[in-house]
Design a protein around this ligand. Structure first.
Ligand SMILES: Cc1ncc(COP(=O)(O)O)c(C=O)c1O
Length: 392
């Protein structure tokens, strides 16, 4: 079926963090257009809604668990979408990837150990390391000519440090929206293997990939890589069902998997929310057309933002995305520090973006724009931004 992503959905009053609780996290000014936290304002695919409705109509919501068909839907999706062969046994269902990352840090490292991340990167990567008493080793991404690349020399240096045990890789990378190539991933993986560093590849954004780019599941590169990594995947970003908190942590190596499952047990994680189960199955089995259409719409949104900035506010630069629904905007030419930029965007432009500093110091002077909304909303937001810039 054809979906209409131009439809502006009123999310106010639905307990949405983005719309109803913006004041708790980002801006007290409710007149700001919320273009922050990474969920989309689009209604989700009909098969998912039908599956949830059917389950809701049963009227009994007792403890539930995943049937075989759940695992089969994940296996089929990975094969069809990424040509990646996984087994049902390798899937460890966890209620959310950030929780999984925290469990992983607790399971495979000790207090004081080092964990490599690559800033600017999704803020909770730093938190799950530091809040668990581990130490961040920042392999900061290189930014040249509006494009980010990996500093492999620095990565090698950091991986050689004997206290470094883990690397949390963001693939594709939020917020800079690079879809790492197979060659880049292979270099990362080899450096980590050579230095006994296990890789956690967070692939939550792997299904929204733009034309000309291809996502490579880290574990699909070789048997050796599969044996030295954990892949975090989920239908949450792909199908806009993050609130259902269903993620699939894929661990090929049996020994590594057993340790993770022990942690889930220790944390009291068992069974699963009944809506997450049916929604995931419906999404993976029946809603790929929605994903294809949403990607087309997002690519048009990217073009719209790109043209608008080039023609009307050329001193704000877009870091060209290769996937995801998140755009990384370079405001450095405005010469504002982090808090001045925040104040400018919220008080003068009246738009709520995620501030660059939330992704590490490397993000200062940047902000992240969520384009998972109607083009009309983006148009309105950019017009506000243009007006505020012209007043400066
Ligand atoms: C890279 C990355 N990992 C994890 C998450 C959040 O995952 P979850 O909601 O399953 O904890 C996000 C959300 O934006 C993300 O961008």
């Amino acid at each position: 079926m054809r979906y209409n992503f131009d439809k502006v959905v009123d999310r106010v009053g639905t307990n949405s963090i983005k719309w109803d609780f913006m004041d708790r996290f980002i801006s007290k000014d409710s007149s700001c257009i919320p273009l922050w936290i990474a969920d989309m304002d689009f209604e989700c695919a009909k098969p998912i809604v039908d599956a949830i409705e059917k389950r809701a109509k049963h009227l009994v919501f007792g403890y539930s668990d995943k049937p075989d068909s759940y695992y089969e839907s994940v296996v089929k999706w990975m094969k069809k979408r990424h040509n990646w062969d996984i087994t049902k046994e390798s899937i460890c269902v966890t209620p959310g990837i950030v929780k999984a990352l925290s469990f992983i840090v607790q399971t495979y490292t000790d207090k004081g150990d080092g964990v490599i991340i690559q800033t600017p990167v999704y803020g909770p990567f730093t938190k799950v390391v530091e809040n668990n008493g581990r130490v961040v080793y920042d392999n900061r991404l290189k930014y040249e000519n509006n494009r980010y690349t990996i500093d492999f020399e620095d990565l090698e240096k950091k991986a050689k440090n004997p206290s470094v045990k883990l690397m949390i890789l963001c693939s594709p990378h939020n917020p800079i929206s690079r879809v790492w190539t197979k060659e880049e991933l292979t270099r990362i993986g080899q450096i980590c293997i050579d230095n006994n560093v296990m890789v956690v590849s967070d692939e939550i954004h792997s299904d929204i990939i733009y034309k000309g780019h291809k996502h490579t599941p880290f574990a699909s590169i070789s048997e050796e890589f599969a044996n030295n990594c954990i892949v975090c995947s989920a239908p949450s970003k792909t199908f806009n069902i993050a609130g259902l908190e269903t993620s699939n942590i894929i661990i090929y190596n049996e020994k590594i998997r057993k340790e993770y499952l022990k942690t889930l047990d220790r944390m009291g994680i068992k069974g699963h929310n009944p809506f997450g189960i049916v929604a995931t199955e419906a999404a993976y089995n029946e809603a790929e057309d929605w994903v294809e259409q949403v990607i087309d719409y997002l690519e048009e949104n990217v073009k719209f933002v790109e043209t608008f900035l080039e023609e009307k506010i050329p001193n704000i630069k877009l870091v060209k995305p290769e996937g995801t629904f998140l755009l990384w905007l370079d405001f450095t030419s405005l010469g504002l520090d982090g808090s001045e930029l925040k104040s400018f965007l919220e008080k003068e432009a009246k738009i709520a973006l995620d501030q660059g500093v939330n992704f590490g110091k490397a993000g200062i002077g940047f902000a992240r724009l969520n384009i998972g909304c109607s083009r009309k909303t983006i148009e309105l937001a950019l017009a506000r931004l243009e007006k505020a810039i012209n007043k400066k």
